[in-house]
Ligand binder design. Structure first.
Ligand SMILES: [Zn+2]
Length: 165
């Protein structure tokens, strides 16, 4: 997707997660939307840096980049929500678009989930909103089944602690 699509997706997802974590409708909700939403938007902008540095849909569109941002808060206590922005960028590129990504870069194979539309399609905005709605449904499901902690503190430690073993 293009930059506008990624920003719309990340803003809606960040606001949605922020609200779902703090649905009181008070100033705490607004704070939660900013605390969660801004790092997600910044993370969602990161992969397309490879349009200028590297090869687009390859250099910063792979599992290694995501792994670095998932691991970063574990070691630094910082940037907790940025990986969610990177993950939603990948989700939108894989589900909403038809071009694919070199998920295992530098292995050059471009992988794609066979749904989505070209960036230039008149349906691109609709598809972006559908992917966002799907992501928010997943998040609402996690909150509903008592896994809000995964979103409140989305670090490797929390994920490992929440495993049923
Ligand atoms: Zn991209």
């Amino acid at each position: 997707m293009n930059k506008r699509g990624h920003i719309v997706n990340a803003v809606l997802l960040g606001a949605g997660i922020g609200y779902l974590l703090e649905p009181s409708g008070s100033i705490a909700t607004l704070r939660s939307v900013f605390v969660v939403g801004i790092p997600i938007v910044l993370g969602a902008l990161f992969p397309d840096i490879d349009t200028e540095f590297g090869t687009h849909r390859k250099t910063f569109h792979n599992v290694w980049v995501l792994a670095i941002f998932v691991a970063f808060p574990y070691y630094t206590g910082n940037l907790q929500y940025v990986w969610l922005g990177i993950a939603t960028h990948y989700a939108l590129d894989l589900l909403g678009n038809v071009k694919g990504m070199a998920v295992l870069y530098p292995y050059p194979e471009m992988y794609d989930i066979p749904v989505g539309v070209p960036v230039t399609s008149k349906w691109a905005d609709v598809v972006t909103l559908l992917v966002t709605a799907f992501e928010l449904a997943v998040v609402a499901g996690l909150v509903h089944v008592g896994r809000a902690e995964l979103l409140r503190n989305p670090t490797l430690t929390t994920v490992v602690d929440s495993l049923p073993v």
